[in-house]
Design a protein around this ligand. Structure first.
Ligand SMILES: Cc1ncc(COP(=O)(O)O)c(C=O)c1O
Length: 362
């Protein structure tokens, strides 16, 4: 709020008003860097996770010397990664999109098999947004670095949910988004390891050490910094609490409702995300039924031109269209309580019973 009022200056201005804003900006840079064990100078603020992903992927491609370029990603990435690679593919870059197993985890051996002398970039997410599954980033980093490639990690769903240490992970580029940490929407950052060759993707002023031009969103960035500090302080206890709520939700639902199961690995995942299938149920109908009962959940599926296409992540882990459409993604957060989870369990039970009943009569 202070940055919307008395500290409203432009962080690039020399006068004291601007310098006060600059101090906020740099404090936030240190806070975000601290959360991932980076140096402040390695943090580039962006408008969010999507921009950071695009900056990493197009920025490394542009900086890569030589005409032949090969890149590796995987089938369960967020569209903010898949779409830049699709575009690069259309522009003549050779892109390998790795498959994943039913557990929703990339096999490092597959990365090893796909990597080539001309591989410039490997981009694998840290935690999957629909399943919560955590990828073996450190192993993949070793494979990428042995081949001289840069590793980009989309960490949007991992930051604040699991410890992130870019040194231990070996990531050269790490994408973050403020709103996943309870900062306002429209702010994010890209960690760029010192020495990583990356060109900007937009041109203008000299902001962010010439890596991302444009007057900085100081209120958003200051909030992101504060949110990062809070997330770091609460990480251990919050992870444990959310894991208990998630297990309570899953165990009770699986126990009480036949034809249900967990999508992806139950073990290697962030604590707040649960993806459950309810055979015979239409996920969208379930979203509406739960919304009417006061619960905001999602299917993870995208709706294109009126036709509901099942989630690309659930398809990639081998689910049939029917089961993918019958799956729901539950995300728990800081404000959720045991009482709410118990009420959700009741609401799920009632909604499933109702939807299965009407589908029998349909
Ligand atoms: C894994 C992942 N990457 C990227 C993004 C995009 O981030 P933003 O919404 O900040 O652009 C999201 C958003 O949910 C995400 O889950």
């Amino acid at each position: 709020m202070a940055c919307l009022g008395q500290t409203y200056g432009n962080a690039s201005s020399i006068h004291h008003f601007g310098q006060a804003a600059k101090q906020r900006l740099e404090a936030a840079r240190r806070q975000v860097a601290a959360l991932i064990n980076a140096s402040a100078t390695e943090i580039v603020f962006t408008s969010g996770g999507t921009e950071a992903d695009n900056l990493a992927i197009f920025g490394v491609t542009r900086a890569a010397a030589g005409p032949r370029k090969h890149m590796i990603t995987c089938a369960i990435e967020h569209p903010a990664v898949l779409m830049p690679f699709k575009q690069l593919g259309e522009e003549g870059v050779d892109v390998t999109c790795l498959r994943v197993g039913g557990n929703g985890i990339v096999n490092p051996d597959d990365v090893q098999r796909a990597i080539r002398p001309d591989t410039v970039l490997v981009s694998i997410m840290h935690a999957n947004n629909e399943l919560g599954t955590i990828q073996p980033v450190a192993e993949i980093a070793r494979i990428a670095h042995d081949a001289g490639a840069v590793l980009h990690v989309d960490g949007v769903q991992a930051l604040g949910k699991t410890p992130v240490d870019v040194q231990a992970l070996g990531a050269d580029l790490y994408t973050m988004s403020g709103h996943k940490l309870y900062a306002p929407k429209g702010v994010g950052a890209l960690y760029v390891r010192k020495g990583t060759r990356m060109f900007p993707i937009a041109y203008g002023g000299h902001h962010e050490r010439d890596r991302r031009p444009g007057t900085e969103n100081v209120p958003g960035i200051a909030a992101f910094g504060a949110a990062a500090e809070l997330a770091g302080r609460r990480l251990g206890e919050e992870t444990e609490r959310l894991g208990m709520l998630r297990d309570r939700l899953e165990n009770t639902v699986l126990d009480r409702i036949p034809g249900t199961g967990i999508n992806g690995s139950r073990w290697n995942r962030v604590a707040n995300t649960s993806n459950i299938y309810f055979d015979g149920i239409d996920g969208e109908a379930m979203v509406i039924a739960l919304d009417l009962r006061g619960f905001a959940v999602s299917t993870g599926a995208a709706c294109s031109s009126g036709a509901l296409s099942p989630s690309h992540v659930l398809k990639a882990i081998g689910l049939t269209d029917d089961r993918a459409r019958a799956s729901m993604r539950f995300s728990l957060g800081r404000a959720n309580t045991v009482e709410q989870v118990d009420a959700l369990i009741e609401a799920i039970g009632a909604s499933v019973a109702h939807l299965r009943r009407i589908s029998v009569h349909a």
